[in-house]
Each structure stands twice: as C-alpha cells, then as structure tokens.
Ligand binder design. Sequence first.
Ligand code: HSE
Length: 423
Amino acid sequence: MVEIAILGYGVVGSGVAEVIRRNHDSIKRRAGKEIRVKKILDIRDFPDSPDRELITKDPDEVFSDPSISVVVETIGGTGAAREFTQRALEAGKHVVTSNKELVAAYGPQLLNLAREKGVYYLFEASVGGGIPIIRPLARCLAANELYEITGVLNGTTNYILTKMEKENMDFEEALKEAQRNGYAEANPAADVEGHDACRKIAILSSVAYNEFVDYREIYTEGISNISAADISYARAMESSIKLVAFSRKTPKGVLARVTPALVPKGHPLYNVEGVFNGIMVKGNAVGETMFFGQGAGKLPTASAVVADVIDVVKHDGSGIGFLTMGEKAGRLVDINEDTGRYFVRLKSKDLSKTRELVLKLYGDVKQVEPTGAPGAGGGYGVQNEFAFVTPVAQELEHMQKLSDILQAGSVFEAAAKIRVLDK
Ligand code: HSE
C-alpha cells in the first residue's frame, strides 16, 4: 500500500481524490500496489465532502508522517505551494503537481532538489490538462532534436472563442460559462491575457529543448481585443481565431510567443474547439506529431495527476521518472525578428486612398470582406474598413509599415492586427 497526501482540495485536488476512489481497482492493477489518500491539507472546511474525514489544517500531519511517501500539490500559485513542495522534497517525499505557475517559475530548482533527494517531481498535469504531453516530450520523443511546438494551450480562451464563433455568444457570457464549468483560473486575466498559455509554452519548451525558457521573457498578447467583427472576417477567410502559443529552436536561440492567430481550415489546430487543447510538436526524426484532448477541467486534469502518482509508485527508486528543464541559455530571440503574415483591419476616412497606400507598401494584397454578419457586416460595425492579409515579413517591417499607414492620414485606426498561422 502506498499512502499519499493531497495539498489543496479545490477543483483538481478534489478530482484527484475522486479519480482514486472511482478507479481504485484499475489503478491498483496498473501501479502494482494499492494507492490510498491518507490526508488532505486545506485551510477551508468541507463538511459535505465525501473526503471530510481526511481533511486537516495542520501541515505537520502530512510532512511529519513517514508513511506518506507521495504528496500531490494542487494548491496553485507560488506561495504556500512552493514552501510545501520544498518541504515535501526535503523530507524525501515524491511530489506530483498540476501547478504551472510553480513549474514555470521554479521548475529547474525543484527538479534539482528532487534529484538530490532521490525522489521525483512530476508535473504532467501542468500543461494540457488530461493530455499526455510532458512524458511524451521527455521520454517517447527523446531520440529527436525537437525544434518546434505550436499549441492551443488554454481551454478557457478556446472555449470563449468557440462560443463566440459558433453560438454568437458575447465574451462575458462565454467566460462566465467557462468559470461555472471549473475551467478558468481564479483570476480570469491569467487566461484571457495569455499568461496561462505563456507559462505552459515555457514549460513545454524547457522540457522539449532541454533549455530553460523563462516565461517572463515570452511576448504575450491575450484575446481581450478580439471582437465579433474579427470573428466574422475569420469566417470569410475559412479560418478560426485561437490563442496560439508557439516556440521554435533557432540557431540564435529560442523564439517564443503567445498571440491570437487566424488558424486556416486544413491546419491541424483548426478543429481544436471548446475546452480542448491541441499541441503540435516537430522533431527531426519523427516529423510532425499532434496531441489532442481536454485541456482543462476537474477529472481530465486529475487523471493526469493520478497517472503521475502511478508512475511514481511503479518506478520508485529506479530514477526513470527524473525530468529536466535544462539551464537558462541566454535571452530569447527578439520578437522583432519574428516573421509572418497578418490580417489587418484599417478604419478609413478615404477607402480608395487607403487601398492605394496599402498596395504601394505591401504589393498586391487581397481585400477581405466579412461574412455572416447581421445586416451585411453593418451589425458588427465594419463600415469604412479596408481589411487585408499581408505578405510574409519581419515583425519590425510590419510595425514600420503600419506606422507609415497611420501617419499618412486617411486611416484613423488599425482595428485589428491578427497573426495568420502558417504551417
Ligand atoms: N485555466 C486553464 C485553462 C486551466 O483554461 O486552460 C487548465 O490549466
């Protein structure tokens, strides 16, 4: 029998207890031993919970109990979670977590401490909810030079954008529904402004490239500026708008960004809808691989946590579970050196003058008209607009051209500048 403790009885923590209860027999078969939750640490009271007998407010009941060999940290954040993780590792207990904030900020230090103590620090659930992705990157694809990751990594924003696209829901309504379903972070800005996806691409890149990618350096834009009109244009281009996290290993270092992007029909990420996540990974031997599944939510995320617990139990002492996120190798590639295409909407006082200027600066671009809008676009406020897709250029060049357009006078606003995702 292996006894474990859960720190934090929130959405994921309570899901871990539930998965262990519900799948008791199959988990025992797979792990080769029975896994039992002995204690749950939380400062709150849960009088109606089926686990109420296990809940304690006293950390010593977990850390000073030698019979508890695995600690599941589902508190989140970098405060108490960090202190308790260190304490558990120092005490020679394995730690399994879904905490992307902690892994993204302190992963290398915690992994080193774990290795020193001969225990594992596993974080499969920190990215992609229930999708296996950390272990595939670290083990199954280990023979490759992995060089590119493109992912829809935040279930909440994808849920919001899908609802806006398919059900004409407004942003606030869709966000509330995501929160009700337990997908969103306590502070929705973490989802909506792209910070959550940023931490996740940092973790994936660090594991895949074995080079620590600091999330604080990743260029990040959220979805709060995406409007119903943008979505109607996307429809016209047979594309879908998603929050896309991207990284590539280049000879100059790692390039990484999180931005909304137009994903064209036919791209492997196009059909990643709702709370689902999709992650495309490229390696020099395997080529292109794709991972897909529920990226948020109680039981999908809990299932990834419990899979790590099973791994710990099966491989305790063998060293097979040691992960690495590498050392910091220098600054990320300057985002101004990134290249790509953009969809641009210009609000103009003089459309023919604007068209002329755009053609002069960009060459022969194709104008885009929105579709599906009530009142032929009028309902979305897209009158007096010139919208088009740019050719491929460097970020700095795009910025310069846009600034030239705005200074020329006929355009009073760039209503949108959204990246187009090329494969
Ligand atoms: N808020 C996160 C998301 C939860 O929506 O993807 C899973 O990490």
